[in-house]
Design a protein around this ligand. Sequence first.
Ligand code: 6R9
Length: 657
Amino acid sequence: MTEQSPALDNLLTESRTFPPSEDFASRANATADWYAKGDEDRDAFWAEQAHRLHWDTEWSQVVDWSDAPFAKWFVGGKLNVAYNCVDRHVEAGHGDQVAIHWVGEPGDTRDLTYADLKREVSKAANALLSLGVSANDRVAIQLQMVPEAIVAMLACARIGALHSVVFGGFSPSALRQRVDDAEAKVVITSDGQYRRGKAAPMKANVDEALEGAESVEKVLVVRRTGDDLDAEVPWTEGRDVWWHELVDGQSEEHTPEAFDSEHPLYILYTSGTTGKPKGILHTSGGYLTQAAYTHNAVFDHKPGEDVYWCTADIGWVTGHSYIVYGPLANRATQVVYEGTPNTPHEGRHWEIVQKYKVSIYYTAPTLIRTFMKWGADIPAKYDLSSLRVLGSVGEPINPEAWMWYRENIGAERCPIVDTWWQTETGAIMISPLPGVTSTKPGSAQRPLPGISAKVVDDKGDEVGKGGGGYLVLDKPWPAMLRGIWGDNERYRDTYWSRFADQGYYFAGDGAKYDADGDVWLLGRVDDVMNISGHRISTTEVESALVSHPTVAEAAVVGATDPTTGQGIVAFVILRGGAEGGGDEAIQELRNHVAKEIGPIAKPRQIMVVPELPKTRSGKIMRRLLRDVAENREVGDVTTLADSSVMDLISSGLKTGG
Ligand code: 6R9
């Protein structure tokens, strides 16, 4: 089953623990008794969490699991998600509190208070209505980290339309696939975006994507790069509308409507084991409850005191739950940064932490390892004494990076929360609780109060301490996905068929219990790679490669990478036994993949080979290719249809193939 890398095996011998300080523990939001409360009466526990929100109509039942695996949470309840994230804070007298300290990459800044946000979201909601968007319609959003991205998401939520945010780095064809699948009526984007100090076009890519897209009626365009963009912004009269021309003139009054707790909130596409991305569907009441609860408990967030910064992009689920919904439901003051961490210099994040006195910082292991590479002397130049909680998400964090984070960013004082969850889970599931848990470098440790998870073997039986297997979620949770957009069959198949007898949700991750019973995540067990915390399927990259005229066949593996967690390594067979594989041809193939999927999917390395290792049933044995990619001795080849293939591949590589 799980093919763990040796590096991950080493994690399991970790014995250091860091108990919370008395001072932190005495003021912590979460307390140890929550675990027992969550176990003893889960419904009561979640009902209490749901009371963090404003409900226009109280629910009659906490959870209805009678139609499993399709859950209903807070049955009969009604609420407006945007009202909960914005208006109610203004009504409670916090209109002047900064919601967003926005920092543009070129150095421009904007502060939006909760009162500002209420005005902007109301105007944008009115603008969407004027474009003919109504409840249940889909709006695709491809925007970089500008305030309008958050405003647009909340405006959709306010009128009951579903947003489908597509990461700004995705190619036109990736955007098109998502627009078509969701049949989006409106697309929101910008003229261009600042990336590493340069203005790059965005609208032009969107136009390429939308050529002939039948569902799209209007394209709303935020002006961001303006005159800095060298190229003209292509424009389709009658379809395209400038955001500032439409939104600025709208009324600031919009009365939010209360929607059913199970009203759909958004679709977010994520890679699966096939080439076709899955539209993960989230709904309102349960999702917002768990996003708010976890943001409060896991980050120990104190409204009005903390300055919170999650460095994710809204194109990923972390941006949805921990930039938009969780923090705003909890009246956070947060930093939103538009750009890359080394523009214009490698201390950019620490400069921002110092300036805004950031107290909670949530990022990904890949970035922590990049900071390590840049050197500890860089953060050392800044005053980071405002920090009090550090978080990590997206992939397993190796103990070395964890310790570096603790020492160089957290001054050995800040608890680190390693948070395991997925697009599908909607919110954090496994994580230490700061002030409660003694943390352990590299382990996500324990399911949160109210959440249940297990590590099981092939048959679905829980393994004992020290044992390894698959991570499953054995009880429904409020923020769980409600399905895959338009494909109930695939929903059952992907998540609920592996342990159908037990009714467990199969997460797709390998995991292990240590001697204390703490959970260690060991990476994906399926054909999904994790590149800098981004999920990319091997199949997607393989399809992109074979779509190139010179490629006959391709096999892709995720190989351990010191910075990005995994790096994409591709093995290709060229057509007609074509000679080639020269630097230029390889470069062209790499660029081709970037063009087809997006730059994040660009293979780190492409090797031209004469054959691929296959089983008798024709399944490519990626395990063997991973051995090659990671420069290991090639493992057991007995199930290969032709056992000499690996010799061919290895000898081909040695001769520079
Ligand atoms: C939130 C997010 C989900 C996959 C997941 C797992 C990996 C995320 C992790 C982690 C170990 C952590 N993952 N957090 N692995 N420790 N703290 O990343 O969602 O993009 O859907 O990815 O990421 O493999 O299955 P998503």
